[in-house]
Design a protein around this ligand. Sequence first.
Ligand SMILES: [Zn+2]
Length: 211
Amino acid sequence: MSLREQLCEYGRRAVELGLVIGTSGNLSVREGDLVAVTPSGAALDRLTPEMCPIVDVEGYLVEGDLQPSSETPMHLAVYETTDARAIVHTHSVFGTIVATTMTELPPVHYNALLLGGVVKVAEYATYGTPELAANVRTAMEGKKAALMANHGGVTVGATLEEAFEATRLLEWLCEVYVRGLSVGKPAILTDEQLNAVVERALNPPAFPRRL
Ligand SMILES: [Zn+2]
């Protein structure tokens, strides 16, 4: 699948799963110095490959008739300082709730480790600005995900599939935490508990074979 075809495929899935509505949210995928990104002002479930612009890592338009997503500077800022090859940004409900009410998403489930543990909320700045790009880059340091204050979430991956799955996981973790808060006081996993999970994952016990 070409980079642009991938954007169409995962854009459609993002809408189907309710991670974005209307023309909100944007995706990009990088190969070498080129980045295919979803266009500005288009619904993600109605994209065609030709609609998706290609920019270079310096932000120059290389191919396409439509303008790249307004959040392209944020995508490029993250590419500049990480080895990410794909980025997904959505305004998913529970991610946005956490991003409007908290300064971070604490690890209430060990799967948070897949995103780097605590997910930080980047300071608020107007959408599409270099300030927002810089804030996201800071919050994303050493992580696979960040939330953007009063805005939404962003995840990275080595592939678009990976970045997309990270977005689904981020939304699930936010939902568990937000719903948990309405039931009681969610317990936060300690560093010791999280370290034990890493240890366990690195050294899985082998089941003895019955002879
Ligand atoms: Zn946005």
